[in-house]
Design a protein around this ligand. Sequence first.
Ligand SMILES: [Zn+2]
Length: 243
Amino acid sequence: MTVEFTLAGYRELIAAILARGYEITDFSQTRAARRHLILRHDIDQCLASAARLAAVEAEQGWRASYFVLMRSEMYNPFSPAGLGALREIAGAGHEIGLHLDASIYGADAAALEAAVERECAMLESITGQRVSMISFHRPSPNLRPYDRILAGRGNTYESRFFDEIGYCSDSRGAWRHGRPRDHAAIAEGRALQLLTHAIWWVGEGDRPEDRLSAFLDRRFSLLETELAAHCAVHTPRKLKERI
Ligand SMILES: [Zn+2]
C-alpha cells in the first residue's frame, strides 16, 4: 500500500480517469465500447468506512454502487449504527446492491435462488430501494463469470461486466493486476469496472495490515462499550489488565 490509498488518493485516481474522457455509469447503462467507468464497492468489513467514502464521492457528484453483506460476522446492517451508515450511503444517491456469500448456500441452485430473494428483501426493507444487482463475496472460479439471472437480478460477474469490459480491483489493499490508470481498457477507451474496498482507503495506517488492525480496535471498543452497557458482570479488558 502507498499513500495513494487515502480518500484524497481515491479522489485523484477517479479524477484522472475522468480527465481521460470517461463518464461514471452504473451497471445498467454501461456500454463496452464507450469510455464508461463503473465505481463498485464491496463492503467486506466496515459500513462506517464505506459511508465515509460514499460522502466523498457524493461531494464530487459521483454515483457508485455499494454491495452489502447480509450474513457476515463483520458488521450488522440492522444494528442502529449499521443501518444509519447504510441509509447515509443510499441517501447520498448511491446504488445499493447485495454482496452475496454464496458459499453459505452450497451447490443447490434452488436454495441459492431463494436465499438471494430473501437477502434482497431484507436489504430493500432498509433502504426502500429495489436491489437490482448482486456481487459475489470471494467468488469461487465457477462464479467468474456467472451469466445466470438470480432471483430476477443481474450480477457484477456477468461476462458483459467482467470479460467484455476492463476489470480492475484493489484486492488486499494493492493493485495486484496493475494500476487502473495503466489498464489496457483505459488506453483503448473502453469501459472499465473498478472494484474498490473502502477499508483500504479510509482510516489510520500506511499498510493494509495497519488498516485491518485499526478496524479491529474500533470493533473491539464498540463491543466492549456494548457489553458494559448491556451486561453488568463484564469487566472491561483494559481495566482487568491493570487490576
Ligand atoms: Zn467481498
